[in-house]
Design a protein around this ligand. Structure first.
Ligand code: SF4
Length: 315
C-alpha cells in the first residue's frame, strides 16, 4: 500500500499533542500499511469486569453494536488497501446478533480472529460457528484467561468464569479452530514460572500445553488520566529504530467502531476513549494521519511492546 504523506496539521483534528507540556516535540507514529483491520463489535458485554479497559458491561453503548451494513463497506475498502486479516473485539462479540453473518462474509476474503471471554454467549453459538469451519479462510479465537488460577480470574470476572472460559477454549480447539489466550502481565512473577503455570492449566484441560499467549499490562479504565512519562519525538528516535517504530500496532493496523451512531476509524484498539485518536471515517483518510504517542496506553506500547496483534507486520 502506498501512503502519501500529508501534513500533520491538515489531518489530525487536534494538534495539542504535537508538543509535550515541557514544550518538546511530541512523539508520533507514521502508519505504513493496513495489514490488519480491527472491528469493535460494541462495548456491551455479558460480564462486568471492574478492570475492563473498555468499560464494557451489560447494556453498555459507549461504542454501539456493529451491524453487518456497518462492517461490509469497511471490509471492502480494507481489501482494496491490501489488508491481510480482519480481527474482532468487544465487549463480547458473541452477544452481537450480526456477528456470525459478519464473520461469514469476512471469511470469504481474509483469515479472521475473534477475541472472546468464551462464556455463555460463545457457547450458545457453537453450532453456528461449526458452519464457518469450511469457509475459504481460517477463523481463529483468542480467549481471555487472566491468570493461571481460577480464584484470581473469578475474582474479577465472577464465580465459575474460569471453568467456563477453559471449557469454551477446549471446545473451540476440539472443533479444529486455532486458539490463543490473552492474560494479564504478572510483572512480579518470572516469565518461565508464568509459562509453567499456564502449561499445567492447559494440560489439565486436555489442551496443548504450549498454546500461544498474548500478555497485557495494566491498561486502566477508559477515560482515566494515568500519570505516565510523555513520549517525545526524541524518545522515538533515541530508544526506537525505524524497524521497531513500524512494529507498533498503529503503524500497520486500524480499528473501526460505531461511536455517536457513525462508523469512525481509530488509530488502534487501545485508544477509543480519546476523540483525538479518531482519524477519519474512511480507512484511506485515516492512513494518512500521524498517530500521537500522548495516550497513557501508548507508554505501555513504548515500554512493554504491548500489542493486541498476533500478525507479523509488513516490513
Ligand atoms: S496505544 Fe500503542 S498502538 Fe495505540 S496509538 Fe498508542 S502507541 Fe499506537
Amino acid at each position: 500500500m502506498k501512503v502519501i504523506p500529508i501534513s500533520v496539521e491538515k489531518l489530525n483534528r487536534s494538534q495539542h499533542w504535537r508538543h509535550t507540556p515541557d514544550d518538546e516535540p511530541g512523539g508520533f507514529i507514521q502508519p505504513h500499511a493496513l495489514d490488519e483491520l480491527w472491528f469493535h463489535t460494541g462495548t456491551a458485554c455479558n460480564l462486568a469486569c471492574p478492570f475492563c479497559l473498555e468499560g464494557s458491561k451489560p447494556g453498555d453503548d459507549r461504542l454501539q453494536m456493529l451491524r453487518f451494513d456497518d462492517a461490509q463497506p469497511l471490509m471492502e475498502e480494507a481489501l482494496s488497501l491490501g489488508v491481510k486479516q480482519f480481527s474482532f473485539t468487544g465487549g463480547e462479540p458473541f452477544i452481537n446478533k450480526d456477528i456470525v453473518r459478519i464473520l461469514d462474509y469476512a471469511l470469504l476474503h481474509r483469515p479472521s480472529l475473534v477475541l472472546t471471554n468464551a462464556t455463555k454467549p460463545l457457547m450458545k453459538r457453537l453450532r453456528q460457528l461449526d458452519s464457518l469451519r469450511d469457509r475459504p479462510q481460517a477463523l481463529s479465537f483468542r480467549v481471555s484467561l487472566d491468570y493461571p488460577d481460577a480464584a484470581r480470574h473469578d475474582a474479577g470476572r465472577g464465580e465459575g468464569m474460569f471453568a467456563q472460559a477453559l471449557e469454551g477454549l477446549r471446545r473451540l480447539h476440539d472443533m479444529g479452530f486455532h486458539v490463543s489466550v490473552a492474560n494479564q502481565l504478572l510483572a512480579d512473577v518470572m516469565p518461565d514460572v508464568v509459562e509453567a503455570r499456564f502449561a499445567e492449566v492447559f494440560r489439565a484441560a486436555g489442551l496443548p500445553q504450549d498454546l500461544p499467549r498474548v500478555e497485557f499490562p495494566e491498561f486502566h479504565l477508559p477515560g482515566v488520566q494515568v500519570p505516565t512519562p510523555r513520549i517525545t519525538k526524541r524518545c522515538m528516535t533515541d530508544f526506537q529504530t525505524e524497524e521497531t517504530r513500524r512494529s507498533f500496532m498503529c503503524a500497520f493496523s486500524k480499528m473501526v467502531a460505531k461511536s455517536g451512531g457513525r462508523m469512525q476509524v481509530y488509530a488502534c484498539t487501545l485508544v477509543d476513549d480519546d476523540p483525538d485518536y479518531i482519524l477519519g471515517e474512511t480507512l484511506t483518510e485515516a492512513l494518512q494521519a500521524f498517530v500521537s504517542m500522548k495516550h497513557h496506553r501508548c507508554y505501555s506500547c513504548f515500554k512493554y511492546g504491548a500489542t493486541c496483534s498476533e500478525i507479523k507486520p509488513t516490513k
